[in-house]
Design a protein around this ligand. Sequence first.
Ligand code: GLN
Length: 483
Amino acid sequence: MHQMTLAEIARGLADKKFSSEELTKVLLARITQLDPQLNSFISLTEDLAIEQAKAADARRANGESGALLGAPIAHKDLFCTQGIRTSCGSKMLDNFKAPYDATVVAKLAAAGAVTLGKTNMDEFAMGSANESSWYGAVKNPWNLEHVPGGSSGGSAAAVAARLLPAATATDTGGSIRQPAAFTNLTGLKPTYGRVSRWGMIAYASSLDQGGPLARTAEDCAILLQGMAGFDPNDSTSIDEPVPDYSASLGDSLQGLRIGVPKEYFSAGLDPRIAELIQNSIQQLQKLGAAIKEISLPNMQHAIPAYYVIAPAEASSNLSRFDGVRFGHRCENPENLIDLYKRSRGEGFGAEVQRRIMVGAYALSAGYYDAYYLKAQKIRRLVKNDFMAAFNEVDIILGPTTPNPAWKLGAKNSDPVAAYLEDVYTITANLAGLPGLSMPAGFVDGLPVGVQLLAPYFQEGRLLNVAHQYQLNTDWHTRTPTGF
Ligand code: GLN
């Protein structure tokens, strides 16, 4: 039962082969049995899950249908869930029970999805390895000595290990696509503004975007359908109609123009990954796509710009966690300054503190122009590169990451080494573009992802290309041994 995709579950429920309650119980038992190896969940919500599953079964019995009605999922632990701990992977919010549901959570619940729990993540979504969580590192089911990627590493490890078919995640600089690549999943970061950020605890507000993590493009289409849409509570949400993402999955790729940026194949890319990317290009050519070399000349400046903008926004967003308005409060403070210092010093981990300091520095009076303003100018150049490229091509293709998942602890002493691994993903966030990662093969038993980028609001095109690719390849069907 645990091998079923969301699409298969929807068919099974519609055909009355099993009930949502039965399936939910099977998956909850599987999580209890196997998750100790992975640490992919921070909280399990068994009672809520059974209650939602029973309600979904009753709705089906009353003649209702829907691809998500009775479908078990989990939420990254930065989506607010009413009455349920929403920790953001931090000691700071260990005892925070959100007073309301995030829009994404409410929409999926209304569609009948069943919440099995809240998944582990890098603290405040800062990281690429899921090692900065206060609840401990998450392990990669493909090799328990390796990281699953981050910051949505809990969602990724759980779905890859078949503990559940799909989960929500968020992507500020790659946190959906990179863990998807590291665990053999399909993950989609939508256009900025496509999915509401209301109730999604902010890391860097101008970059954050929620999206689906699943095994197939078909399942990403189903989950995105339930997440996307205008939300008046989010001032950056965009009032554009949501297309039927499943309807365009079957479109032919004949004549699709794919751009491959020459900058992607530079010295930093593992040659074995480069070869797998070439194979996926050939596969898409067989399906009728035309390949064109393009250039994204400002890509080299993207990492430094991102690692100024994201910490700057984080330093502002995280100021609310001061032990007074929100978050952990230290014992017996001597005075107000002591209260702030110790509450924040005890509540935040090292990586979060580092980013707050970098961000506050970049925003300070004497340095604002030199760092923050300059980074914003680079951001515009990165966007302009994409706009020029999309005059010539429909999709941009390349690797999701320069290397496969590294060993746990391997980059702990050198944060910049981890930042450099984000080179292919962060540009989409800087430009606000949609991006998808899908399985493209293995290196030393570890999964490799190919990334597709599209113009604004062309999520349907990304899902269509990925689905056609998956109809003709079987990488995405591989299951990690032991799961
Ligand atoms: N690795 C990037 C960072 O640490 C991206 C994280 C994310 O997308 N949330 O900022």
